[in-house]
Write a protein that binds this ligand. Structure first.
Ligand code: PGA
Length: 252
């Protein structure tokens, strides 16, 4: 399966930071084996699109309604109009800071898909859930609650992101990542049937140029969602190149 390497700039970046996107776009054009994506803040989308080349541009959130009296929110159609191809739904920071529930995330992903976007639906346990041995159960429940049941491999990507690994420099063991991704694959097949075999499953949480090769070598890891290391081309581009090299090995 073709890797997707997606960067999430979160609430970082001004117009000046689009110089990083220029360099990422240049590198992505040379790596034809990998899909590359960047989610800048909403305010940079319009300026980002013409500079993105083959890099997919997307949003970090959208509202579940198509339009209306929802002060401060952005609809999926608005993202499309700015040239977005995808939107991140249910990132753990949205779940924790804004109390987003599985059913709300499912509604947002559904709205995104209806508008023509690919929804990157995030799932992942927090630290107490991992310590108590409940991580797999928690993630399975989140998938049941937040994956739109009519999704397909074109309009859905899953990202497994243990909350305790985000921005901390800590990652699960390879065995833990492989175990979780295998469970997610099985669950996607249960929910979506045959189509579930083709949905990409990303890993997110402290991915960097030093650990990307090992993580991407896990079966059923089909790419990465990257926060901190996506903020500069110096750290993001090596991960894109690694994915291209690992992808070439996998398909041999
Ligand atoms: P991080 O963030 O790479 O900074 O850990 C990952 C994410 O939140 O997607």
């Amino acid at each position: 399966m073709r890797f997707l390497i997606a960067g999430n700039w979160k609430m970082n970046g001004s117009r000046a930071m689009l110089a990083e996107l220029d360099r990422i776009a240049e590198a992505a054009a040379a790596q034809t084996q990998v899909d590359v994506a960047i989610a800048p803040p909403f305010t940079l989308l319009a300026d980002a699109r013409p500079r993105a080349g083959q890099v997919w541009i997307g949003g970090q959130d959208c509202h579940q309604a198509a339009k209306g009296a929802h002060t401060g929110s952005i609809s999926a159609d608005m993202l499309i109009e700015m040239g977005a191809r995808f939107v991140i739904c249910g990132h753990s920071e949205r779940r924790a800071e804004f109390g987003e529930s599985d059913s709300l995330i499912q509604a947002k992903a559904q709205a995104a898909q209806t508008a023509g976007l690919t929804a990157i639906v995030c799932v992942g346990e927090d630290e107490p859930e991992r310590d108590e041995g409940r991580a797999v159960m928690v993630v399975a429940g989140e998938l049941d609650g937040s994956v739109p049941p009519a999704s397909n491999a074109r309009n859905l990507v899953i990202s497994y992101e243990p909350a305790w690994a985000i921005g901390t420099g800590r990652t699960p063991t390879m065995a833990e990542i492989c175990e979780m991704h295998a469970m997610i694959r099985a669950k996607l097949i249960q929910i979506l049937g045959e189509e579930g075999t083709r949905v990409r499953i990303l890993y997110g949480g402290s991915v960097n140029p030093g650990n990307a090769a090992q993580i991407l070598a896990c079966p059923d890891v089909n790419g990465a969602l990257i926060g901190g290391a996506s903020l500069t081309a110096d750290t993001f581009v090596p991960i894109v190149r690694t994915a291209s090299a690992v992808g070439a090995n996998v398909s041999q």
